[in-house]
Design a protein. Structure first.
Length: 213
């Protein structure tokens, strides 16, 4: 593998490693992110097919309860008239429906299922990004984009499985999904926040809230 910079924080303090299924990964010694080497990335058609296998049913109460780990704490932070964006909402935007049911106005964006380019000319009071950040092929670019879409004093809520220990990474079920290409430690989010002058609050396992200064 050719040496490359970290796709999350741009540090050059990265080192390669390989898992037992012969996949090549990189570990960043600066932000502690781990990411799959791009030679293992699947094509767009295969990626979309995999997403369609997800049973993200809007009315599923179990799924809505899962998403409430983010929606509840985020609603406590935002005003009743706040306007939001569900960034990477997937084909079953249950989280957006939760906010809509609570009288919030929220736009949808997903490059495969809701490719609404009008969002790029707007700014938002809050943005949600649930079970999405692990799919980012270029996280630095995506978080920079989110930063331009987020108003000053706005909130960003991210939900993704936080990195497990290095020893457990090899057998970790979460990395076995071929669309999961980048994995974040708590420190990773602290670095993401620092680089963009955001405040960072880890509110629960796998859930982080950012506030834009």
């Amino acid at each position: 593998m050719n040496i490359q910079d970290c796709i999350v924080c741009s540090s050059n303090l990265v080192e390669p490693f390989q898992t037992s299924d012969s996949l090549n990964y990189w570990h960043c010694n600066s932000c502690e992110a781990r990411f799959l080497d791009k030679k293992h990335h699947i094509d767009k058609d295969s990626e979309k097919k995999r997403y369609l296998e997800h049973e993200n049913i809007i009315e599923d109460q179990g799924y809505r309860n899962f998403l409430s780990k983010l929606s509840g704490p985020l609603m406590d932070k935002i005003n009743p008239n706040a306007k939001g964006l569900d960034f990477g909402c997937g084909h079953g935007p249950a989280l957006a429906d939760i906010f809509t049911k609570n009288k919030y106005v929220i736009d949808l964006y997903d490059p495969f299922f809701f490719p609404n380019k009008e969002i790029f000319s707007k700014t938002y009071d809050f943005i949600t990004c649930t079970e999405t950040a692990e799919h980012f092929f270029n996280p630095k670019k995506e978080f920079d984009l989110i930063n331009t879409l987020l108003k000053k004093d706005g909130w960003l809520g991210v939900m993704t499985c936080f990195l497990t220990s290095h020893d457990a990474f090899d057998s970790w079920h979460y990395r076995r999904d071929p669309t999961h290409v980048v994995f974040y430690a708590e420190k990773t989010f602290e670095v993401i926040a620092k680089q963009r002058d955001w405040n960072c609050e880890i509110i629960a396992k796998d859930v982080v809230l950012f506030n834009k200064n």
